[in-house]
Write a protein that binds this ligand. Structure first.
Ligand code: AMP
Ligand code: MG
Length: 409
């Protein structure tokens, strides 16, 4: 009897099942706001003040009372000077305050006149040449943040701008999800580390371990700590020892290679012996085989060995998984519609993720070789086209583009 082939699992279903396993880790660190870029916030940030704290000038100029102005011959007396960082006093009738950007508007003033729109006279007099409009060049108290507002929510991933916003309401420390502890290893007796063997001395069949480099870098970008266990030999005892050793002190064990069906594969029996394993055939290209399981308290994820498959499955599945472990509220991969400046005449049964890049005309061009072993495609490209199963693409068709910039941030 021919072997029964499990039906391919749709990507959305695989992702939903994977995320259902990713119960957020509860550990929290208190870090300096300076060091919180990329971390996931573990507290709501509530502002105790209005930002800005006072109505203030958005120009270097003169604070005035609009009602004093009759026409361009009106003379106002400049009787106070308010640089940023100090405050003035109430503005008397027929007077103006010299004011600078960021300085509080003095009581009584209702507009700021740009310094370009005045003529200075002797003895502190000024003429305002253009009629002032109430409210002009005034930044209102609380227009950025109102006291009591939740400025950043638990579960938000912090960006450089959010660090600035947190600082603007006085936070010098932030509670963030602890780093996810990941143990990483590659399997495959063909693998050699660059530096260990020179290119000229590579034996037939040997290849350099490329996955180790990009997986480690991807994990670090997602804020993980990485224990790099290197290359584990294709033997059951060695694979079991590596898995067992990593399981106690890590939240996730991530491997690449050895999850294809039918190959000499020690990952599968080793994980099954130590815990539990689900081997999925996901209906995507590249990247069909994917394994999820548990080894003791640790999650286990096995990625395919082919470099592009490994890279793409990391971005589509492992990235949201790691974000959810950190308690991130938005883990979805976002795409935008852009015109294809290429054709894709042969539909595939699987949903495809094509390596493309944006061209100067605002469309997408396709890398010529879409093989799952061609890592050049992922460097040349600046994103993926998410092409539904069974779909051909004609020149000019709108396709869904996922920028790497979004996935690698
Ligand atoms: P596997 O998933 O182990 O069957 O491997 C599939 C293909 O990916 C084979 O051609 C392997 O040689 C290659 N491969 C596996 N692991 C790596 C790695 N770490 N770096 C580069 N290529 C790999
Ligand atoms: Mg292998």
């Amino acid at each position: 009897m021919p072997p029964v082939r499990a039906p391919l699992k749709p990507l959305d279903q695989a992702l939903a099942e994977l995320l259902a396993q990713a119960t957020p880790l509860l550990a929290v660190d208190s870090v300096s706001t300076f060091d919180a870029d990329g971390r996931v916030l573990a507290q709501d940030l509530v502002s105790s003040l209005d930002v800005p704290a006072h109505d203030n000038s958005s120009m270097d100029g003169y604070a005035v009372r609009c009602a004093d102005w009759a026409d361009a011959t009106t003379v106002l007396q400049v009787n106070q000077r308010i640089p940023a960082g100090s405050s003035g006093h109430a503005l008397a009738a027929m007077s103006a305050a010299r004011i600078f950007t960021g300085a509080p508007i003095p009581p009584g003033a209702d507009a700021v006149v740009m310094q370009e729109d005045r003529e200075t006279l002797g003895e502190g007099g000024v003429r305002i040449l253009v009629p002032p409009k109430p409210g002009q060049w005034i930044r209102r108290r609380g227009e950025d943040v109102a006291a009591g507002a939740v400025v950043l929510q638990r579960g938000e991933r912090l960006s450089p701008a959010s660090l600035g916003l947190a600082a603007s309401i006085g936070f010098d420390k932030l509670a963030v999800a602890s780093r996810v502890r990941v143990a990483l290893f590659s399997t495959g007796d063909e693998l050699v580390m660059p530096g260990d063997v020179a290119p000229a001395d590579m034996k037939p069949g040997a290849i350099y371990n490329s996955n180790r480099f990009f997986l480690r870098a991807l994990l670090l970008r997602l804020g993980c700590t990485v224990t790099d266990l290197g290359i584990v030999p294709d033997r059951l005892d060695a694979t079991m020892a590596a898995l067992h050793g990593a399981s106690q002190q890590h939240d996730l064990i991530l491997t690449s290679g050895g999850v294809s069906v039918g190959e000499e594969d020690h990952i599968k029996p080793a994980v099954q012996a130590l815990g539990e394993l689900n081997l999925w055939q996901i209906a995507i290209k590249p990247g069909k085989p994917f394994a999820y399981g548990r080894v003791g308290p640790a999650h286990f994820i096995g990625l395919p060995g082919n470099p592009v498959s490994s890279f793409v499955t990391f971005l589509l599945l492992v990235r949201p998984f790691l974000l959810k472990l950190q308690g991130a509220s938005d883990v979805a991969t976002k795409s935008v519609a852009l015109p294809a400046h290429f054709t894709w005449p042969k539909a595939d049964k699987r949903r495809e993720f094509l390596r493309v890049r944006r061209d100067a005309a605002g469309g997408l061009e396709l890398f010529g070789n879409q093989s799952s072993g061609v890592l050049t495609s992922a460097v040349w490209g600046d994103g993926l086209v998410d092409n539904p199963a069974g779909q051909t693409i004609a020149h000019g068709d709108k396709v869904q583009f996922i920028p790497f910039a979004e996935l690698l941030a």
